[in-house]
Design a protein around this ligand. Sequence first.
Ligand code: AMP
Length: 309
Amino acid sequence: MSLIVVGSMAFDAIETPFGKSDKIVGGAATYIAWSASNFTRPIKQISVVGGDFPEDELAQLQARGVQLEGVQVKKDKKSFFWSGRYHMDMNTRDTLETQLNVLGEFEPVVPDSYQGADILMLGNLSPAVQLSVIEQMQKRPKLVVLDTMNFWMETALPDLEKVLKQVDVLLVNDSEARQLTAQYSLVRAAKEIYKMGPRFVVIKKGEHGALLFHKDHVFFAPALPLEDVFDPTGAGDTFAGGFVGHLAASKDFTFDGMKSAIIVGSAIASFSVEKFGTTRLKELNRKEIDDRIERFVELVNFDISLVNK
Ligand code: AMP
């Protein structure tokens, strides 16, 4: 099944209580593509970068089966830049700076060769751009998945509400779900989000795992308890990449299919945080991912009869 990925490709500068990175390559669509390409190829990427974006990074993505026809390169402009500082819990962070640069005036063009894609993954960027991509699709993809963040809730809520009407699955973290719905209970928040459009809601809770909501059903995928977490940046996007990558491979868009997809998303996100930026994702192989999925199965497996005796 073919997959389109839309999102930022960027430079990030990250501070954690344990270290600080220089300007490194990041961006939602970068993480999603590295992650999803473990499960499905080709990936049809839509994004925009400036002339400062390293050509080598683009070449590495291409070698990974990521098609770049939909990635615009604005030679005399600067790439999107984001910097953030993590708190001691490594779960919460403050955005220090967002420079939209090329993203501010991005008008995406869906290449003809991308038409007919089965899954559209709308990664984090302006809701107006996300909407424009949906509108350019001649045939509605079988599944439209959207990720967003507080920045867009604060600066572009009306556009976000418009795009949500067209979406099957929303991925957000817990604080964003609460911000979007003004509900503290995540169960209530999910119900409010159904009214906005999505039939499935995935609420990510950082090191506390992720919840999948659909109608009255709820499923929980834990996050693997890790000894070392160096950089949580991109964990949400890596999760999204594993989620849609697995769905593209399994072709199962039912609640049960999505249960497996959030386990795969959690498993691959647990690698991403082990090193700064995309470093860990680049060296990852399928065997390591499969072994980690096994560890997830062990993590949640227990014998109920022991409890009843
Ligand atoms: P995550 O940690 O999964 O939420 O994603 C972090 C990535 O999102 C970083 O690599 C940033 O470049 C990117 N990012 C941060 N803010 C924005 C924004 N407002 N729009 C698009 N991408 C963003």
